[in-house]
Design a protein around this ligand. Structure first.
Ligand SMILES: CCCCCCC[C@H](O)CC(=O)SCCNC(=O)CCNC(=O)[C@H](O)C(C)(C)COP(=O)([O-])OP(=O)([O-])OC[C@H]1O[C@@H](n2cnc3c(N)ncnc32)[C@H](O)[C@@H]1OP(=O)([O-])[O-]
Ligand SMILES: NC(=O)c1ccc[n+]([C@@H]2O[C@H](COP(=O)([O-])OP(=O)(O)OC[C@H]3O[C@@H](n4cnc5c(N)ncnc54)[C@H](O)[C@@H]3O)[C@@H](O)[C@H]2O)c1
Length: 309
């Protein structure tokens, strides 16, 4: 049941405290995860493919940290400065994945949403990381079991699904496989709480909890738009003021990326094939047109609503 996890696990004795975390992928999500882990006292190594990318990730983290510091220490700028320095000190970077996991307790994978690339990564990590190291993926839409099977540690494998923007959104979905041990699961929950998130437990079903509900809702909004039943602005205003959402559904697609939505419904994740009874996941002509024109939302400056501003 998707309840907030406060219970204790009698069978989880021996669970490991997570002190060192390796985050693979320093993009939007990986940099946010690395930031909050370092911010809450963990030693963190962030890995990406080049020093250039990592320099950009670090600059992004510094920007985000300064927003956090401004807010958290608004009456004490010196404490804010110390907080930033301490956090930055705990965060290192590496372009060598195998080297980065030598002494780590937890690996969080946040690389590109591609099953082959993720499987290859996990298979290599399995040989390089110590036995006790727990592996987790931040995937939005791929089955965790398909990633775990490329390793020999399904009992030490789970999902940690964070939300964008990571430093702000309070929820963390902790996904367990039938093979995930109680000790591993409880370590993941403890880690989630240690980084300041409220955790919910989800099974390894498509979209876990949030995306399983969010994607049909968003696609219904896209269909409204496609049929010309309402404008993008009116759909967003309606859901913000009428249903209390912090962002409207169309604005949210622009924020997350039109390519990401396409990826989930009829791209590589193929929800249209795994859930053929739901016509909402069928290809969307409007989404396809915008994606083929490179209008992917915030990241390219044009999308559903952004082009109208
Ligand atoms: C669509 C496809 C679906 C399928 C794909 C699913 C993807 C995935 O699996 C799931 C998701 O993530 S689903 C997506 C789930 N995500 C959602 O649903 C998002 C819903 N939207 C929101 O929560 C809000 O609109 C935002 C927080 C994005 C912006 O808030 P706003 O009020 O409009 O604008 P503001 O004034 O700028 O920011 C306000 C305050 O927030 C703070 N802050 C912000 N960014 C920060 C950062 N990077 N660092 C640090 N702090 C940051 C900052 O403190 C700031 O206060 P300040 O003191 O003034 O600096
Ligand atoms: N963007 C979102 O809103 C969101 C929310 C929740 C979960 N996710 C999931 O998080 C993951 C990352 O998404 P993102 O938006 O941060 O992507 P992104 O494109 O911003 O970042 C991915 C990073 O991974 C790096 N990378 C790719 N292959 C690598 C490899 N083999 N080794 C090391 N680094 C590698 C890339 O250089 C890039 O910097 C995906 O699985 C995505 O589904 C995304």
């Amino acid at each position: 049941m998707g309840t907030v996890l406060k219970r204790s696990f009698s069978s989880s004795a021996g669970r490991a405290a997570i002190k060192h975390v390796t985050v693979i992928g320093g993009g939007l999500m990986g940099s946010g995860i690395a930031q909050i882990a370092a911010q809450t006292g963990h030693d963190v190594t962030m890995v990406d493919m080049s020093e250039d990318i990592l320099a950009k990730s670090k600059a992004y983290i510094e920007q985000s940290l300064s927003r956090v510091a401004r807010k958290k220490y608004k009456d004490d700028p010196e404490a804010g400065e110390n907080f930033m320095q301490e956090t930055t000190r705990r965060l290192s970077t590496n372009t060598d994945t195998r080297d980065a996991v030598q002494n780590t307790d937890l690996v969080i994978e946040a690389i590109i949403e591609n099953i082959d690339i993720k499987q290859k990564l996990f298979s290599g990590l399995d040989n390089a990381a110590p036995q006790h190291t727990i592996f987790a993926s931040n995937t939005s839409s791929l089955p965790i079991k398909d990633l775990a099977k490329s390793t020999s540690r399904a009992d030490r494998f789970g999902g940690l699904h964070f939300f964008n923007p990571v430093p702000v959104i309070k929820l963390l979905e902790v996904i367990r496989l039938p093979e995930t041990s109680d000790a591993t699961f409880q370590s993941l929950v403890d880690f989630g709480q240690a980084v300041g998130k409220t955790t919910v437990e989800a099974k390894d079903t498509p979209g876990f909890i949030v995306n399983r509900l969010l994607v049909p809702y968003i696609m219904e909004a896209v269909r409204l738009l496609e049929r010309g039943d309402a404008s993008a602005r009116d759909i967003d205003v309606a859901m913000k003021l009428g249903a209390g959402y912090s962002m409207g559904p169309i604005e949210l697609v622009d924020y997350v990326g039109l390519d990401t939505l396409k990826f989930v419904i009829d791209g590589e994740s193929r929800w249209n094939e795994s859930m053929p009874d739901n016509p909402l996941f069928n290809p969307s002509p409007m989404l396809n047109k915008l994606v083929s024109e490179g209008k992917l939302g915030l990241k390219t400056g044009e999308g559903f609503e952004i082009r109208m501003k």
